[in-house]
Design a protein around this ligand. Structure first.
Ligand code: GN1
Ligand code: MG
Length: 370
């Protein structure tokens, strides 16, 4: 089926004029579809859900419906006292009234509203940006904190349970494909040693959960910097997008994920490792922004694990990229055979940078989170 035919399934006014592909995103395929009437234009985000990753796309859409309805209701309730128009995209139904469209080869498509006059950046633009990214995440955590978790399906079992990724990595190591790739790359063997040195650390958050130090709350699951939209007109954060992984989890994974992404100004795809540094000043700005909306729900024990969360999620993402490289690139989309290896190198280097700055980061977390 042609892309245009798919876009036309959705209930958008006007005639479809063009469709542009958006390159970012490691999992789903994303496009912007332009529709025009005689007097206006509407652009919508069209996405093909990756069925290799999300085996139950209909659950993704059910969750999206629950989360967006909940957040839109809360935003409406608070609008008179809010400092700005906080936004969140809405699901656009098909002409048949469904939340998604299944094409002739069984692919799942959705359309969501585009947040206009706003930009998402792949890397930090400075202190102000970091603070806004923090505030948007804190605001989102606050808004979904009273959403009944039973209403959400687990769309990706094991997502952000770091020990599970280590198990998967160990299983991959046993395969001939991994053996071949390790034998063929000095860099891959170096990364495998990096993992060995951090085996015991992977349990830090899950053990805290078991002990009852931490508790499950609704999380976003993927709050990296380019999922946070900044208003072009005011420079302030306006919303968080990519709601595929909203589910009960540890907010620490979100906190750490946003920080590992905003504090690495070189981005995830850089080849020159020397440029990969965890910027502690950006970390401070982010935490100040986050704590605005989050101060009320952060406990002292939550604060105790913030440093570990940054180090852990960075390690986890590196491990996920590395495992996928060893498995033959089956999960993350790649343009080259070595891209996942290269992405893993970046995250592991960032992890080292975090470890080297532990004291400074802990100090910043202590002062900025009170
Ligand atoms: C994936 O597709 P994208 O870019 O939104 C991944 C995240 C990673 C991220 C790293 C469902 O997100 O967990 O942190 O890549 N999403 C999934 O860039 O695995
Ligand atoms: Mg995502």
């Amino acid at each position: 089926m042609e892309l245009a035919q798919i876009a036309e399934q959705f209930n958008v006014e006007g005639r479809l004029v063009t469709i542009q592909a958006i390159e970012s995103g490691n999992v789903n395929d994303t496009y912007i579809a332009f529709f025009r009437t005689h007097f206006s234009e509407e652009r919508v985000v069209l996405q093909k859900i990756n069925r290799r990753v999300f085996t139950r796309p209909e659950w993704i859409m059910a969750n999206m419906r629950v989360v967006t309805d909940h957040v839109h209701r809360r935003l409406k309730e608070e609008e008179d006292t809010a400092d700005r128009i906080w936004q969140l995209p809405r699901v656009i139904p098909t002409k048949a009234g469904d939340d998604y469209f299944v094409d002739d080869i069984g692919e799942y498509w959705r359309a969501i509203t585009l947040i206009a006059s706003a930009t998402s950046y792949d890397c930090a633009q400075g202190a102000e940006h970091a603070r806004e990214v923090g505030m948007v995440l804190g605001q989102f955590h606050r808004l979904i904190s009273d959403l009944d978790p039973h209403l959400l399906r687990d769309t990706l079992p094991g997502f952000h349970v770091t020990p599970k990724y280590l198990e998967k990595y160990d299983a991959t190591l046993q395969t001939p494909e991994a053996a071949k790739r390790l034998a063929g790359s000095i860099e891959a063997r170096r990364l495998s040693r990096f993992v060995e040195e951090r085996r015991t650390f992977v349990n830090v958050l899950e053990s805290a959960l078991k002990r009852g130090d931490l508790s499950l709350r609704n999380i976003h699951g993927d709050p990296k910097v380019n999922n946070i939209m900044i208003d072009n007109l005011s420079g302030k954060g306006t919303c968080i997008v990519d709601l595929d992984t909203v589910k009960p989890g540890l907010i620490h994974y979100d906190f750490g994920d946003a920080l590992r992404s905003i504090c690495n100004s070189a981005g995830e795809e850089i080849e020159i490792l020397n440029q990969v540094i965890f910027d502690v000043d950006l970390c401070e700005s982010f935490v100040k922004g986050y704590m605005g909306p989050a101060r009320d729900f952060m406990t002292d024990l939550d604060r105790h694990y913030l440093y570990d969360s940054i180090r852990l999620i960075t390690f986890e993402l590196g491990l996920r990229f590395f495992q996928d490289f060893l498995a033959g690139n089956v999960y993350f989309k790649v343009r080259t055979e070595e891209q996942n290896l290269s992405r893993a190198r970046v995250q592991f280097r960032l992890c080292e940078s975090i470890e080297a700055r532990e004291k400074m980061i802990r100090n910043v977390l202590r002062s900025a989170s009170n």
